[in-house]
Each structure stands twice: as structure tokens, then as C-alpha cells.
Design a protein around this ligand. Structure first.
Ligand SMILES: [Zn+2]
Length: 426
């Protein structure tokens, strides 16, 4: 039986899994009004007479199970659906939800507003970790992945990006419908829609970008080395796990860049024409392997995302003629030594998930592992990791087991002190 997330147990439902989300959205940026029809293909993991979906503050017009209207209630972020008649374990069935309203971010104490958010002119979605219900009804858990079709109708001057491949774009005069298919399994928090008045560009390797016209020249400098970054990461980590990698730069500033599956989003403030934020370009690209393809089985394993993405920044620096990973590791160690040594990054607690020490000490853990294993064994362990858990989810114990296959030295004490003790190992 599926388990609830140990950090975020209020989200998700363990009674079923969603195999596919078919989302048909219509968005009016000026009125900030979203109307949606979500068709979910669901598999019952228990006998069900009722079940819940996570959904934010929309007006729900109708819910259908297997095409038949059913009764439901909607309160406190939970849409409770009466199945109509009992659903047996293993049954595959459809749930359709029609909803409308102004999408509002999910408010959190620890991480601020998450999910669908208005830009000055357009919209973004940044859901990590629990913002997905701000725009579609879902089983909001990091452990499960599903395929998606995301169709968005918006006024014609706007460009709409979503995860996966654009399979259709129909111009209906004043509006355009953009249809994207993501046929590689994806966690709900990595699903995204980006709407804005963008120029559509291509980098030297043919990967697409959507950028406000005022930033095009600076963007060309700042992201000019992304194709080389992609080459380096493919050599170190194995093949890029998705078909396409898109970059969006919003016309507004963003606090931090955002990773989504097959797509990353940067703020106007991350583009300076001097490659001043190239570190972040590497960080977000690396998440495609670590976090998006190899997902988390539970949020407590967050260092598997952030430690690896942070270490990838050092690998890019080293691989592109900048400071070596050893120099950057020494710097991070000095920084960490001055901070409280009371965070166990292998289980940092829900409030510590995005603590900078998870990133820095996570990267340092990997650099130390590289010193223990040697370059050849270390990178072959990373490639085994991305290959074995490609498009799946994984745990820290599973990473330790992969690393252990690449050395005869027992790694138990090494990982215990780096991940599960506060004190910085010597
Ligand atoms: Zn990150």
C-alpha cells in the first residue's frame, strides 16, 4: 500500500494513483480568470466509495466519475468525491472536474506563496513543493508520477509554454489554443504553465527559449554556454532524460529560478548580460536529472535534488575553466563551519527542506564521496543512479546502495556522518 509523505501528509491520497492528467484550461490574463476541465485517469489502490483530490479555491461546477455526475464537497483544499457506486481495487476509472475562478497561490508558512501566480502581464506556475492544487485537481504527492496533456487557450498575443512537446496550436482569431503532451511520467509539483508576451528563440543546439524582447541580447550572452553545459552534463550524468529543454525568462523579477520537468524559468533579474547567474543556469539544468527524472520517494530525501544540483554548479565551473570543484568545496566547508551544525541533511525536517545547508553540505557530501571513490567510480555511480531510477522515484538508502557498488570500502559510516549527524565531518 502507498504511504503518505512523511513531511507533507496532508497532501495526496494513498487510496488511488493517477495514471494520466488531461487538462483543458482557458485563461484570461487581464481578468485573471481560469476555467478548467480536468480529466484524470485513475487506478484504485483500495476499494473506494469516496476519495479526495487536492484542489485550491475554485468554484467547482461539476464532478463526473466514469462520465456520470456525482456528489462532492469542496473545502480546505480538498475536493471530496462520492464515487456513486463502490470501486473495486485495481479498477481503472475516469474522474472529470470542471472548475472556474481566479487562481490563487497556495499560502504556506515556510515557503510563501506557491503555484499559479499572476505576473504583471501573464502568469507563472512554481509549485515546489505543494503548489499544484492552485491550478488543477490532483493527487498532490511527490511519490507518484503521471503522464499529462496540457491544453491552454489564451489571448493570441501571448505565448504559452507547458511541459512536454507542443503537438498542436490552433489560432482562433483572438485566442490561441496550445496543446502540450508530456508522455514521460511527471510529479505534480513539476507540472507548469508559463504565459507571457515572449519572443521565441532557439539556442545553438536547437533548444527553445521564450524571452521578453527587451532581454534578448543579454539572454544570448547569459545562456550562450547552455549547449556546452548540456554536453558536459550528458557526459558526466548520462543522456538528457527528456526530449526537450526549454528556458523561460519572465519580464518580472523572480526571487529564485524555478525548475519544472523539461523546462526552467528565470526572472528578468537573473539575466544581466555578463553571465552573472550562470551558476543558476547549471543548477536548474542539473535538476532535469536530479529531481525531475530521478524523483523523490518522499520529501525527506530532498538533498538528492538540491545537493546534486548544487554540486553540478561546481562541476560546471570546473568543466568550463572556472574555479575547480575542490576550491568551491573548500569555500563551502569554511562557510558551513561558521554556521550552526545542527541540521541533518538526510532528514532535515519540513522546515529545513530548503535550508541553504541542504544545498551546500549536500554538494560537499558528493565532493567528499568523489574523493573517496575516485573520479572514474564516482561518475560511473552517478550514471548508474540516473539510469536505474530514470523517470522513477528513489530514496537516500537507494543512493547509498548504488554508491556502495562502486567501492569495496564500507560507506555506511561516511554517509551516516555526512547525512545523519549535525557536526561537519573532519
Ligand atoms: Zn534547486
Amino acid at each position: 500500500m502507498a504511504l503518505k509523505d512523511s513531511y507533507l501528509p496532508a497532501h495526496g491520497n494513498t487510496g488511488y494513483r493517477v495514471a494520466h492528467y488531461d487538462l483543458e484550461l482557458d485563461y484570461k490574463p487581464v481578468a485573471a480568470r481560469l476555467s478548467g476541465r480536468a480529466r484524470l485517469t485513475v487506478v484504485a489502490l483500495e476499494a473506494l466509495t469516496a476519495f479526495t483530490l487536492d484542489l485550491g479555491t475554485f468554484k467547482v461546477d461539476r464532478v463526473l466519475v466514469e462520465g456520470k455526475p456525482v456528489r462532492y464537497t469542496h473545502a480546505s483544499g480538498k475536493l471530496r468525491v462520492r464515487a456513486g457506486r463502490p470501486i473495486a481495487v485495481g479498477t481503472r476509472f475516469t474522474v472529470e472536474v470542471r472548475y472556474v475562478g481566479t487562481p490563487r497561490p497556495i499560502r504556506t508558512r515556510a515557503w510563501g506563496d506557491l503555484g499559479w501566480d499572476q505576473l504583471t502581464d501573464g502568469a507563472i506556475v512554481a509549485s515546489q513543493p505543494i503548489g499544484a492544487p492552485s491550478w488543477f485537481p490532483c493527487n498532490d504527492t511527490v511519490r507518484e508520477k503521471a503522464t499529462y496533456q496540457i491544453s491552454v487557450t489564451a489571448p493570441s498575443p501571448y505565448t504559452v509554454l507547458a511541459n512536454g512537446v507542443l503537438v498542436d496550436g490552433k489560432v482562433g482569431g483572438s485566442t490561441t489554443t496550445w496543446v502540450y503532451v508530456q508522455d514521460v511520467p511527471m510529479a505534480t509539483y513539476l507540472a507548469t504553465v508559463q504565459i507571457g508576451q515572449y519572443e521565441e528563440l532557439e539556442l545553438a543546439d536547437g533548444q527553445p527559449a521564450a524571452v521578453p524582447s527587451r532581454l534578448v541580447a543579454k539572454f544570448a550572452t547569459d545562456f550562450g554556454r547552455q549547449p556546452a553545459m548540456m554536453e558536459l552534463f550528458e557526459r558526466l550524468f548520462g543522456p538528457y532524460p527528456f526530449g526537450q529543454y526549454s528556458v523561460v525568462v519572465t519580464d518580472d523579477d523572480l526571487e529564485v529560478p524555478i525548475e519544472a520537468q523539461g523546462l526552467s524559468v528565470f526572472g528578468a533579474n537573473h539575466v544581466d548580460g555578463r553571465r552573472g547567474f550562470e551558476r543558476l543556469v547549471a543548477h536548474e539544468l542539473a535538476h532535469q536529472w536530479f529531481g525531475n527524472s530521478v524523483g523523490l520517494a518522499d520529501w525527506r530525501h530532498i538533498w538528492l535534488n538540491e545537493g546534486f544540483a548544487a554540486y553540478s554548479e561546481w562541476l560546471w565551473s570546473e568543466g568550463s575553466g572556472g574555479a575547480s570543484a575542490a576550491v568551491l568545496a573548500a569555500r563551502a566547508r569554511a562557510l558551513l563551519a561558521r554556521q550552526p551544525q545542527n541540521l541533518r541533511i538526510g532528514d532535515p525536517g519540513v522546515d529545513g527542506m530548503f535550508d541553504d545547508r541542504v544545498y551546500q553540505r549536500g554538494a560537499l557530501t558528493l565532493h567528499s564521496l568523489r574523493q573517496v571513490l575516485g573520479d572514474a567510480a564516482f561518475f560511473s555511480a552517478l550514471r548508474e543512479w540516473t539510469h536505474t531510477y530514470r523517470h522513477r522515484t528513489a530514496t537516500t538508502d537507494q543512493f547509498i546502495a548504488v554508491a556502495q557498488r562502486h567501492t569495496s570500502l564500507p560507506l555506511g559510516p561516511f554517509f551516516r556522518s555526512w547525512l545523519f549527524e549535525g557536526k561537519l565531518p573532519g
